[in-house]
Design a protein around this ligand. Structure first.
Ligand SMILES: Nc1ncnc2c1ncn2[C@@H]1O[C@H](COP(=O)(O)OP(=O)(O)OP(=O)(O)O)[C@@H](O)[C@H]1O
Ligand code: SF4
Ligand SMILES: [Mg+2]
Length: 330
């Protein structure tokens, strides 16, 4: 992917949350303040028109990264660049609005993200009004175009969200995201609440829209089969740190990091009785008290003494130049 201009760059992104008890409780229990590092020096770039996917177990920091990349949460450290410009340093409000228009987000739950009291045409038209993109008299026609683009009927604009199925509601959320003509969309588990057959229809729609509109995606999922279908490049997160970043085929054909391999082994298998069986290997450690050195060492079959003491640096491995944070990967 080298040589392509990145639309989005995350530079040494970090997010730390203060998770201390209220001060009086702390005082009485003589406790120190507690901090949780949800995201730790995360670096990646997304070229225009491509999909970068983040995969990792629950609590690994996927949504926190997504929120920082769209500007909803200020990073504790590091920068988010869009076309080389730091999103969080923009002071001019008019310019900030024009940059924000280019970035949208789709969430996991289409129930929670759609206002139940608004008609669909009002929901989809809302970003057009917020960003003052066209005269009010033209919004209706644009909303009809958007409904058509996501495979819904014009008449659906008159209905309310509860009149639709989960898949249709996610189509409405996509239409609303497209309303501001964005270039970049963060998709946070957009299909994990849907049935498998509906899921593939929505994923196909997202791929078609990407091709037709030249969209760039940050795609977040814990499901490796969805990631494999959608991604050009993949970042594997473990306790807030990217432990492996590689092109899709490189990652699936030749995973380097022991955690990436464990995730692949843990992906649902069909057992001898035709049931789906999941192999889970070890518990996710407490994110407030992360293990020393390589934080994966308590679960890693290859761990050596060094792994408990020294945090592994990111190294470039193989002809495909995967980026891997492990002392032993070759
Ligand atoms: N506002 C917050 N205050 C304190 N801790 C938080 C906050 N938001 C997230 N965290 C913590 O940060 C870590 C990363 O959370 P995040 O929601 O980004 O993970 P995730 O990978 O999206 O998980 P999931 O797959 O469950 O959605 C978790 O340990 C979580 O408890
Ligand atoms: S650094 Fe050590 S503990 Fe961490 S993944 Fe590599 S071998 Fe395992
Ligand atoms: Mg999440």
């Amino acid at each position: 992917m080298t040589g392509e201009t990145p639309l989005i760059s995350a530079r040494k992104l970090g997010a730390v949350f203060d998770v201390s008890k209220p001060w009086l409780n702390r005082l009485l229990a003589a406790e120190e303040k507690k901090f949780l590092t949800a995201v730790d020096t995360v670096d990646f770039e997304i070229p225009k028109g491509k999909t970068f996917a983040l995969v990792g177990e629950s609590g690994s920091g996927k949504s926190t990264i997504g929120r920082m990349i769209v500007g909803l949460q200020k990073p504790t450290t590091g920068e988010v660049l869009i076309d080389g410009e730091d999103l969080f340093s923009i002071k001019d409000q008019k310019h900030l609005l024009s940059v924000r228009r280019r970035i949208q987000m789709i969430f996991q739950s289409p129930y929670a993200s759609l206002n139940p009291r608004w008609r669909v045409k009002h929901i989809i038209g809302e970003p057009i009004r917020a960003f003052e993109l066209m005269p009010a008299s033209e919004i209706g026609k644009r909303v009809e175009e958007l409904l058509d683009q996501v495979g819904l009927a014009k008449s659906d604009g008159e209905k309310f969200p509860h009149e639709f199925s989960g898949g249709q509601r996610q189509r409405i959320a996509i239409a609303r995201a497209l309303a501001s003509n964005p270039e970049f969309i963060v998709c946070d588990e957009p299909t994990s609440a849907l049935d498998v057959s509906v899921q593939s229809q929505v994923l196909n729609l997202m791929k078609t829209l990407q091709r037709e509109l030249g969209l760039t995606y940050l795609f977040i999922s814990h499901d490796l089969s969805v990631i494999r279908y959608m991604a050009d490049q993949i970042g594997v997160l473990y306790l807030g740190r990217l432990v492996e970043v590689a092109d899709r085929d490189t990652l699936f054909d030749n995973p380097h990091h022991p955690y990436t391999r464990m995730l692949m082994d843990a992906a649902p298998h069909i057992d001898a009785f035709g049931r789906t069986a999941e192999i889970v290997s070890g518990e996710i450690p407490d994110p407030i008290n992360k293990p020393s050195g390589c934080s994966f060492h308590p679960r890693c079959a290859l761990a050596e003494d060094r792994c408990q003491q020294e945090r592994p640096a990111v190294r470039e491995l193989g002809a495909e130049k995967a980026h891997v944070a492990c002392h032993l990967s070759v």
